[in-house]
Design a protein around this ligand. Sequence first.
Ligand code: MN
Ligand code: MN
Length: 455
Amino acid sequence: MSKIINEKKSGWLKKDVNNEKINKYCDNYIDFLNNSKTERDASKTILKVLEKNGFKDLNSLNSISKGDKVYFVNRGKTIYAAEIGNDIINGFNLIGAHIDSPRLDLKPNPLYEDINLALFKTHYYGGIKKYQWTTIPLALHGVIVKPNGKTIDICIGENEKDPIFTITDLLPHLAQEQYEKTIGKAISGEDLNVLVGSIPNKDDSVKENIMSLLNEKYKIDEMDFYSSELELVPAFKARSLGFDKSMVAAYGQDDKVCAFDTLMALTSSNKNSKTKIAIFADKEEIGSMGNTGMSSDTFDYFINELLNKKGENAPGAINKAYCNSMMLSADVDGGIDPNYQSVSEKNNASQIGYGVELNKYTGSRGKYDASDASAEFVAKIRNIFESNKIKYQVSELGKVDVGGGGTIAYILANKGLDVIDCGVPVISMHSPYEVTSKFDIYEAYKAYKSFYEAK
Ligand code: MN
Ligand code: MN
């Protein structure tokens, strides 16, 4: 009986589970998260790991050959990396994750004063539940670029001695009117104003006092906010969760968990005759648009450069390479939440601790906007995972007609690759403090490694 029925069980019951290995791996993951809260920060961390593992800037090489390891950094926010196999044109093994996460961006004219307090206006980025972003400590990350091209890096709120920032909320005693509103309307986009100062200067201006402090420290004036990208992210650190320390709670695990697993798999997998490629993309959370999003032609440019420098390029070569390639779209899935089970259909929901998750398709309603992997390709992936004893689950996001979502999968599928979504289930996805299972984090790494090693 047990042989023909798919008995779903916790990964922690798996025979070869090695808690020591899992914990050590996840300690590194927690470090990675604490240094990679924004796409710019994540790019820097990833670049360091790639260089440490012998990857070289593709732009600095005139030609490449089998065994070479190269990277391409796009505007400090997206990275592509490759380990060259026998060829590129006959197909490569691609894993693609994204390194941007929902957050609050500063508006171009952020600083203002009201009732003698200084505040920043923000514009949220990606899908957030606005009420979750009030009354938590926030850190400010990003860059200010002066008209002369000088870049000033900003990171305030991560060091224990740094100040933090916060968005205030109404005390319950006076919140009767707020309580009447629906949860989506209780806090509006224009309510997400961040408290940044309260001491006035001699002319009784708090705004001017804050601007003088910034001018003193960073040599900037108010107009320099025009040419800045400043992001507010939760200031708290990634931590182990639970008495058994079996989970990770952290900001930005969508999708830094799959980005970290991809990076570790790329840099630790055995040599393969197939070329291995990794994507660490920006702008996934707002539709993958723009020159650092996956809809941009920069990925084609990267593949063309690989073909050029390997001496394989010819008319149509890139299309041939795409149509011969396979991809894991490495992104998270919403895991079933014990408090909100009604939105999931239990037979087809992923569960934290039950292994790496495959979404055969994404999309919403009648599979609109879905990237749907073929049965043949799912079988191929099952074969890779099963022969490497990877514990995996196949799921979809939520009940039919309850909602839905997408990843970068369709963009690469449109180019002709075989693609399936494959990642880690997350609870409290898109919140300031997302939850994952350490078992799944490590199992996804093993899954990605086996995929990179597949012929
Ligand atoms: Mn994601
Ligand atoms: Mn997301």
